[in-house]
Design a protein around this ligand. Structure first.
Ligand SMILES: NC(=O)c1ccc[n+]([C@@H]2O[C@H](COP(=O)([O-])OP(=O)(O)OC[C@H]3O[C@@H](n4cnc5c(N)ncnc54)[C@H](O)[C@@H]3O)[C@@H](O)[C@H]2O)c1
Length: 257
C-alpha cells in the first residue's frame, strides 16, 4: 500500500470526470489539495488524459490516477475503489458524478431507454455509495460522499421521465445513506444543478438555444461547471460536517425547497 503524499488532504475519487461537471470537480479538488482518482468509460481515454495533464501541469504536487470503468457494473466500482486505495493508501472523498440523460417523451421512452438511464444514474450511484462507504467505515476516519442529482430530481420536467425518476432516486439514496453513515463521521450529500454548460446540456438543446433555460432562472443565466465544483469543494471540507442528507440546488434560483 502506497501512502499519500504528506501534504495531501486525502484521496478523492470522481466518476465521469472526463468532461463537464466531473472534470471541473476533479480539477477543483486537486487544487484544494486532494490526490485525485479520475474515472470514466474507456471510450473517454483521450479526455481523461487531458484532465490528468491539466491537473499535473497546474498542481504538480498532486498525484493523479486514471481508472477506466463503467459505474453501472458492480465489479468496476469495486475495482475503482480498490485501485484508489492500492495506489494512494486511502479513500476520503467519493463523488458519484457519472450520469446520462436520454431526452424522450414518456410515450416514446422504451424499456431499454429506461433501464439504461436507471442503470447508470441509480445503480451506479448505489454501487458508488455502497463501496465507498464500506471502505471509509473500514478506515474508521469518516469521509465525504457526494452524489449527482438534478433540478430534475426535485420537479418533473418534460421529455425526461427516466432521467427525473433516476435523479429523484439519487435524493432517496442520499438521505438513506446519510442516516446510516452519520455516526461513522461520513456525510452524504448531492448537488442538484439546473442548466449547466456541459456536453450533456449541449446534447439536449438543438442549435445551442439556451434562452428558455436562462429565462427560467432567477439570475437569468446558465450555470458553469465551476458553480457546481465550488459547492462540492465546500461539502467535502471538515467545516461541512453538520450538512448531510441534503440535495443542494445549484440552479440560479429555479427551484426553491
Ligand atoms: N449539465 C447539466 O445541466 C446537469 C444538470 C443537472 C444534473 N447534471 C448531472 O451532473 C452529472 C454530470 O453531468 P455533465 O453535464 O457533466 O454530463 P456530461 O455528459 O458532460 O459528462 C458525464 C460524464 O460521465 C461519463 N459517464 C457516462 N456514463 C458512465 C458510466 N456508466 N460510467 C462512468 N462514466 C460514465 C460520460 O462519459 C461523461 O464523461 C450527471 O450525473 C448529470 O446527470 C447535469
Amino acid at each position: 500500500m502506497t501512502s499519500t503524499k504528506s501534504n495531501s488532504k486525502g484521496v478523492a475519487v470522481v466518476t465521469g470526470s472526463a468532461q463537464g461537471i466531473g472534470r471541473s470537480i476533479a480539477i477543483r479538488l486537486a487544487g484544494d489539495g486532494y490526490d485525485i482518482v479520475i474515472n470514466d468509460l474507456e471510450s473517454k481515454k483521450d479526455n481523461l488524459e487531458e484532465v490528468k495533464n491539466e491537473i499535473t501541469a497546474n498542481f504538480p504536487e498532486r498525484r493523479v490516477l486514471t481508472v477506466f470503468g463503467d459505474v453501472s457494473i458492480e465489479e468496476d466500482v469495486k475495482g475503482l475503489i480498490k485501485s484508489a486505495v492500492k495506489e494512494f493508501g486511502s479513500l476520503n472523498v467519493f463523488v458519484a458524478n457519472a450520469g446520462i440523460c436520454k431526452p424522450k417523451s414518456l410515450i416514446e421512452t422504451s424499456s431499454d431507454d429506461f433501464e439504461s438511464v436507471l442503470a447508470v444514474n441509480v445503480k451506479g450511484t448505489f454501487y458508488s455509495y455502497k463501496y465507498a462507504a464500506q471502505q471509509m467505515i473500514a478506515q474508521g476516519e469518516g469521509g465525504r460522499i457526494v452524489g449527482a442529482s438534478s433540478l430534475a430530481g426535485k420537479k418533473g420536467l418534460a421529455s425526461a421521465s427516466a432521467y427525473c425518476a433516476s435523479k429523484f432516486a439519487v435524493r432517496g439514496l442520499t438521505q438513506c445513506a446519510a442516516i446510516e453513515l452519520g455516526r461513522n463521521g461520513i456525510t452524504v450529500n448531492a448537488y442538484a444543478p439546473g442548466a449547466i454548460q456541459t456536453p450533456m446540456l449541449a446534447g439536449l438543446v438543438e442549435s445551442a438555444d439556451y434562452d428558455e433555460f436562462k429565462r427560467s432562472s432567477s439570475v437569468g443565466d446558465l450555470g458553469t461547471t465551476q458553480d457546481v465544483s465550488s459547492l462540492v469543494s465546500f461539502l467535502v471540507t471538515p467545516e461541512a460536517r453538520f450538512i448531510t442528507g441534503q440535495t443542494i440546488s445549484v440552479d440560479g434560483g429555479v427551484f426553491f425547497d
